[in-house]
Design a protein around this ligand. Structure first.
Ligand code: GDP
Ligand code: MG
Length: 299
């Protein structure tokens, strides 16, 4: 190992839907954080580890920071985000090329008093038709706080991500890698399997169901040529259960098919997935139910 090796923790922070999870997956090159067009898809703190010859960046994806939300699940997500900027080597604050919004304020004020360097990433530049708007936005941003750098990017197309990474690396301390070089995340396969099911639930439905759903993997068994997954989708009400299952089970079948394909890709194996839907009243506002579904403060 080179003596000049750099490694460290990098937190990705920003309001819901700016593209934090997309960026994490893109940087790591593997789908470890789930994504959907809906805000608040990410509920947990998720690590993505990118190891190079001379560098290891350990990215921390966080639930979006936002004002409001009175349920226990919202408060849990807020605490996870706030806890993720303490003691890291560098923070990447993300906004979009559409410009600063009032919703960006909680994240900005959180990083404002950080002692570590804060890099501003302006994401979704692929959506910006008039590129001349970028320069004024960069200038306006520099007035907000003393950013270590401002980098326009597209997490979707990959534009400028190498520039962003190179800036990040300059802020990592010289030390050996923190994780083994082949490790991509700190999460186990069981957790990742549950998340891939939850992603499909988020993608398949309108407002009501996704936020009321949690996924628990009861069985995860890897044999030589098959991964067997047994999972339950918990919802809050019987009506949501009916919607999730759909006519003759069609909805649930589609969710299962798509989640299974994503698992096959991630686990590099054939997957057999069994899915159940069950009702647990009020789980999202019940501290004990939250813990039993994996929303635990130690995460
Ligand atoms: P998060 O809530 O901050 O983690 O945001 P996600 O990563 O879940 O992304 C939210 C939505 O924005 C998804 O529909 C993504 O496909 C989309 N998205 C993320 N990055 C980009 C980007 O660079 N360009 C475009 N056009 N869309 C993006
Ligand atoms: Mg996310």
């Amino acid at each position: 190992m080179s003596l000049r090796y750099r490694s460290g923790l990098v937190t990705l922070i920003g309001r819901p839907n700016v593209g934090k999870s997309t960026l994490l997956n893109r940087l790591v090159g593997s789908k470890i954080s789930i994504i959907s067009p809906r805000p608040q898809t990410t509920r947990h703190r998720i690590l993505g580890i990118k190891t190079g010859k001379h560098t290891q960046a350990v990215y921390i994806d966080t639930p979006g920071l936002q004002a409001g939300g009175i349920k226990q699940i919202n408060r849990y997500m807020g605490r996870v985000s706030r806890g993720s900027v303490a003691g890291v080597d560098c923070v990447v604050l993300i906004i979009t090329a559409q410009g600063w919004r009032p919703e960006d304020r909680p994240a900005l004020s959180l990083v404002h008093n950080q002692s570590c360097p804060v890099i501003l990433a302006i994401n979704k530049i692929d959506k910006l038709k008039d590129k001349s708007k970028l320069l004024p936005l960069i200038e306006q941003s520099m007035k907000k706080m003393d950013f270590a750098a401002v980098v326009p990017i597209s997490a979707k197309t990959g534009a400028n991500l190498v520039d962003l990474e190179n800036v990040i690396y300059t802020h990592l301390p010289m030390q050996p890698p923190i994780y083994p070089p082949d490790q991509l995340t700190d999460r186990g396969e069981r957790f990742l399997a549950a998340e891939l099911v939850r992603e499909q639930v988020f993608r398949s439905f309108g407002q009501e169901v996704p936020y009321a759903a949690a996924v628990e993997v009861e069985q995860f068994q890897r044999t030589k040529d098959l991964v067997h997954v047994n999972a339950t989708i918990w919802v809050e009400k019987a009506g949501q259960k009916a919607i999730l299952i759909g006519k003759k089970g069609a909805r649930l079948k589609l969710i299962g098919q798509r989640a299974r394909l994503a698992m096959q890709e991630l686990f590099d194996s054939k997957v057999y997935l069994e899915l159940w839907v069950k009702v647990r009243k009020g789980w999202s506002d019940n501290a004990r139910a939250l813990r039993s579904l994996g929303y635990s403060e130690e995460d």
